[in-house]
Design a protein around this ligand. Structure first.
Ligand SMILES: [Zn+2]
Length: 223
């Protein structure tokens, strides 16, 4: 791991390390601390830093912002599709074959069009899938809410309201299924207990690959 970090020196007495929401590693050190003692402190906490950097609830690495230009890639259910700007009047975004089409005049509201499109797809895709998996698991829920969530892919309340981030429909279906099963399992098992993971493993057999996919690619879903 080639670890980049920022050093902030101040009148403090000891060296402190934090991993910020945007995954910057910040080392706060006393004025008199040598560079060597700072790097030794970082080295001694490498594993802890590594774990923090992989926390899926952290903000991802800053990605280059989408520009909504021809050739840019957008994911849908794990497949990459190329954006093509087309001539014509203001219209809506559409997925045609291998590509997303947006009219040139709509380029300045590309983000808004994509978000609205994904939100619509997420609602259409998630609601029936949740109903199917809930029936298979014999677990009930009160309400489903598909919306923009900060920091999380999905969550559930003790009252049985399941919330899903619309961004998850960019991921492959095994990831979507895993996230649904994960939240449904929480209705019965609030903690990540062995019983919880047994339940997840039965109903989302690919849960481990799904979780790895999210760890490795999750940041690409945030834009
Ligand atoms: Zn959980």
């Amino acid at each position: 791991m080639n670890l980049q970090y920022e050093i902030i020196r101040s009148a403090r007495k000891s060296i402190g390390i934090t991993v910020e929401r945007d995954r910057r590693v910040v080392v706060r050190a006393p004025h008199q601390a040598s560079d060597q003692s700072v790097s030794a402190a970082v080295a001694s906490r490498r594993f802890w830093i590594w774990q923090k950097l992989r926390d899926p609830n952290k903000y991802p690495d800053p990605l280059p912002a989408k520009e909504y230009v021809t050739g840019e890639t957008f994911l849908y259910l794990g497949q990459p599709y190329t954006l093509v700007l087309t001539d014509g009047n203001r219209g809506t975004l559409k997925l045609a074959g291998e590509q997303f089409e947006v009219t040139l005049v709509d380029r300045d509201r590309g983000k808004e069009l994509f978000k609205a499109w994904y939100l619509g797809q997420a609602r259409a895709c998630l609601n029936p899938r949740i109903a199917t998996l809930a029936a298979e698991m014999g677990i009930g829920y009160r309400r489903i809410c598909v919306r923009e969530l900060r920091y999380r892919w999905a969550s559930c309340t003790p009252g049985g309201t399941l919330s899903f981030n619309w961004r998850i429909v960019q991921a492959p279906m095994i990831v979507v299924d895993y996230l649904i099963v994960h939240e449904l399992a929480h209705v019965r098992e609030p903690n990540h207990s062995p019983e919880f993971w047994n339940l997840v493993a039965v109903h989302a057999p690919s849960w481990a690959s799904a979780r790895d996919w999210l760890k490795q690619n999750g940041s690409w879903l945030e834009w």
